[in-house]
Design a protein around this ligand. Structure first.
Ligand SMILES: NC(=O)C1=CN([C@@H]2O[C@H](COP(=O)(O)OP(=O)(O)OC[C@H]3O[C@@H](n4cnc5c(N)ncnc54)[C@H](OP(=O)(O)O)[C@@H]3O)[C@@H](O)[C@H]2O)C=CC1
Ligand SMILES: C=C(O[C@H]1[C@H](O)[C@@H](CO)O[C@H](OP(=O)(O)OP(=O)(O)OC[C@H]2O[C@@H](n3ccc(=O)[nH]c3=O)[C@H](O)[C@@H]2O)[C@@H]1NC(C)=O)C(=O)O
Length: 302
């Protein structure tokens, strides 16, 4: 790993850390160390970092803000590429907006709204990066990325750099082509928006934000919705009806505010959170015969 770090530093790809605790890079504040963490300084830095890492035969994976991620306590072997600062540029051309994958999704939504562009009102409270949002077709308030995305530039694991259209990204509920069919890193995304009434757009955003503030435990370390909604049911409602609100394992607790959130009360481990996830799955399966499929991505070693 030292050798890889030296080469990456020599190539000036960006910031490089060895043995970096990932709890510093996830919103749940949980996660063991990455052997090596790379935060590319720009697109070229990212492509070079991937190539060098491949040459060393070291596996790599990508993270954004860590807002939808549960990293196990043993951490991640190999390289973790953090797409954030460095890939956080923004280009507005009339009603089209291109953002680097590291751009904050909330910041993007807010900036776009201020310019009187409509389409991203739903994203005003969604944490994470643009890249993460494309990867999982992030959504809220009845809309999602697939409704406004024109195209995204992807660096595929086989080295191909391609711009995929909305159709080619094959979006459906909280998923895209990047999750299953073809792994790759989203480098930037272009959104097609509509000119609208600035005041009206700002009003909708502020209503959405208020709703989230009232219904979600945003002041505590968490990772957003833990489970996908098992259609036609609501995960939060099922968990609440099963009497699980407030249930706790170690320092991981089912939020008393929204039952589809797990919060870290201070020193929760990934093991605590996973035990809680299993407990919820088992309880809901026994009571209602419904399988609860996690939305949060679980990665790393025990
Ligand atoms: N609706 C809501 O309220 C909430 C939504 N979210 C959404 O969850 C997503 C998490 O974003 P973020 O915190 O940045 O991501 P994370 O750091 O949580 O990464 C989660 C996974 O997303 C994939 N990923 C992240 N960035 C990229 C990229 N540039 N290219 C390809 N894949 C990527 C990786 O998958 P892999 O390892 O397979 O490559 C990674 O493991 C966002 O869409 C965020 O908006 C999160 C919380 C609440
Ligand atoms: C937080 C996320 O996204 C959220 C997004 O913020 C909100 C707001 O649009 O809508 C989804 O939540 P959600 O389906 O739980 O929406 P909510 O409106 O909070 O709840 C749905 C229904 O369940 C009920 N509910 C919710 C929580 C609870 O503890 N008890 C309960 O009864 C609510 O009263 C409501 O009638 C997204 N979650 C998923 C899995 O689709 C995320 O993806 O990480």
């Amino acid at each position: 790993m030292n050798e890889l770090a030296q080469r990456l530093n020599k190539a000036n790809v960006g910031k490089v850390w060895l043995n970096e605790p990932l709890k510093h890079h996830t919103t749940l504040k949980i996660g063991g160390p990455a052997d090596i963490l790379i935060q590319p300084k720009d697109k070229e830095g990212l492509i070079t970092a991937v190539n060098i890492t491949k040459e060393h035969g070291i596996p790599y994976r990508v993270i954004g803000r860590g807002s939808n991620l549960l990293v196990r306590d043993g951490g991640i072997r190999g390289a973790v590429i953090k797409v954030g600062e460095g890939l956080d540029y923004l280009l507005v051309e009339d009603d089209k907006v291109t953002a680097g994958a590291g751009f904050s999704f909330i910041k993007l939504a807010t900036m776009i709204a201020k310019q009187g562009l409509s389409g991203l009102e739903f994203a005003g409270g969604i944490p994470g990066t643009v890249g993460g949002a494309v990867y999982m077709n992030a959504g809220a308030h009845g809309s999602d990325v697939s409704r406004v995305l024109l195209s995204a530039q992807i660096l595929f694991d086989d080295g191909e750099l391609a711009t995929l259209s909305n159709e080619e990204l094959n979006f459906s509920y909280r998923t895209s082509v990047l999750q299953k069919e073809r792994k790759g890193i989203c480098l930037e995304a272009t959104f097609q928006l509509e000119k609208g009434d600035r005041e009206e757009i700002m009003k909708i955003m502020s209503q959405n934000k208020d709703y989230r503030k009232q219904t979600q435990p945003l002041q505590q370390p968490c990772c957003g919705s833990v489970f996908r909604n098992p259609k036609p049911y609501s995960a939060g409602r099922l968990i609440e009806e099963a009497g699980l609100k407030g249930f706790r394992i170690g320092d991981a607790q089912i939020s008393t505010k929204h039952a589809n959130f797990i919060v870290n009360l201070g020193n929760a481990t990934a093991r605590d959170v996973l035990a809680l996830i299993e407990h919820i799955q088992q309880t809901i399966a026994e009571k209602y015969g419904v399988h609860m499929h996690p939305e949060v991505e679980v990665v790393g070693e025990w």
